[in-house]
Design a protein around this ligand. Sequence first.
Ligand code: NOJ
Ligand code: CA
Length: 706
Amino acid sequence: MRKIALVFMLLLMIPNALAYQIPEKGVIYQIMVDRFYDGNKSNNEPFYDSTHTNYYLYWGGDLEGIIEKLDYLQSLGVSMIWLSPINDNINRMAGASAPYHGYWTRDYKRIEEHFGDWETFERLVKEAKKRDICIIVDFVPNHSNPATDGEYASLYDNGTFITHYYKDKENATLNPYTSSLENIYRHNGNIENWYGWEMKSKNLFGLADFNHLNPWVDSYLKESLDLFIQAGACGFRIDAVKHMDLGWLTSFYAHAYQKEPLFIFGEYYKLSYATDDDMFHFYQYANVSPLLSIPIRGNIFTTLGFGGSFEDLAKELEKYYSQFIYPNKAVNFLDSHDLPRFLSESRSKEGYHMALGLIMTLPGIPVIYYGDESYLVSKDGKGDPYNRPMMIFDNTTEAARIIRTLAELREENNALAYGDFRTLHMSYTTWAFERSFGGERVLVVLNKREDKALEIPLNWSDGTYRDVLYGVEMSVKNGRATLEAPKNRILVFSYLGKQEKPLIGSVTPYFAQPGDKVLLGGVAFGKGGKVIVKSEEEKKDAEILEWKEDMIVFEMPKIKTKEAWVNVTVENNGERSNAMRIRYLSGEQTPALLVINESYINTTGQLWIKGDIPELAEPIPLYKSSTGYYFQVVSLPKGATFEVQLYRGLPWGELEPLNVTLYGRANTTVILSEEPIEHETMSSGQICGVGVILAISLVVLLFRRS
Ligand code: NOJ
Ligand code: CA
């Protein structure tokens, strides 16, 4: 009895024991902390404007204010709050602005005193959790703060001064392989050409660029992220992923995923989508991170805020989503702190309601920017910083009703969270698309002109259906739906058919290394069964940590493979689910600069490598330095030896093998060579260690027999 009580007590002591949220099922609410609600007047100074007229100063919002408003947020049906960065920012003005926005960090291990401290953050996490809401933190690992203004990129480690931009430059050295001048920061000037290595290794608008290959920087940023994980954050929005090496980013995400199955998404600032840039490679091959859907926001805004055809929009969205392996992990938004608000540019409130409804029903996770529900507008219709006015609280609006109703539907009907995306009808002014997942379906109909009678092919059971937003009726007979679509409305119909066999809809995170916890979302998982992880070479049952009808947590096993991807399936009562792909990392990761001497290469054009370990199995592009090397930052399993093949080609085309094989071993800098690398032989110390273990085993065996 005492033992049971002890186990029970231990379980109570584990914080947040296996209580995870599946991101796709939810809705994110984005808050600019300074502009939300002032819960503590004593932390407002300095650089405070109580009149809320100077958009470049602090206005008083803080973490205590958010805690006070949690009931309000719960009333909107949101399940995740994305906080603007809350790390300690510079204590001076820069470019006539205070860092009220939080993007100018000086100490990644402390909380900005205008917003609160670690205790307030933990209280926020706890209070939010009581309302089934979890906290996502905006984290800014690409740069610290302005290099030539303010505090000159001063950096602190939990209060201890480390460096500033000029001091750092005194001891900076030239990397012989990349020709970057670097120390803790990189000292290569500002980005002028927005592509290639320059985009990663120069200062973004004067913000001091971190040298992530410096081991101190690498551990400092990882330790800082850990503080938020320990304090209970359920995910991160990573700033400026476009400006960091994918290899370092992979090791950073992998580090976080070792702690918890977090939801981490990135900001890759690109207003339109094109195959000829780095972003294409980002999700075509690397798949490091779900991204904010910045490239499609403009299409949605124009079509519903001004003019333009639904036909074009539908085609554009289908093209966009087809690039993703996990389209349902795209993070969709209408308004943000970086763009003018929808209603500031377009006066069409009806168009706005339709656009809100669309964001809530497209593949991906919707973001509601603070005040979207209360029709908050930018001052004089402008963008940053005027799109960050003080919050107006009103959850009784039509916009709030749309958000709440569709947030509830996301919970109830899995087609919105996990479903595919298929246009059933499109014209210039009307559009109907279906989302389906197993037996569950959602039909979305938009009409932006006069009331219109529509007939749409629809494979639902015969009957009458009522849209969840306005109660408009639709009748279905013999695979055809007929309805009267009202002018300027979005209609959403739901169908909940039964699903007998297990079906996986989501995997979080979608890359994992052995030992990581992975979350599966789906339906018909039953009361128990198996999760099978399969590579080309091996098949293993994973250890199950939690099993529910609609969610499983398992531990990624170690598995033999040279490929990038493994398949995961669920089995119960002899029924097997669909297979879901997971990017497999073969061991504890370390970032590494991979270098190839140009003497190995007698061709021009874009070069790539592919290697014989999972981390290098998808094509990785190489940069060329002015010092005679090709290079790239990659994430490698510590201590691994590997070989790579060289390729040439364009990102969207087939790659041509160059028949060059090179070899390397994981290290901070890996200079690839033509000589194969011997596998590690055992040192005399290791041989001695193995001898001792064998001897002990023998004694134990003999002892048990006697
Ligand atoms: C993108 C953020 O969204 C923006 O607001 C910020 O100023 C820049 N990154 C730089 O951190
Ligand atoms: Ca950078």
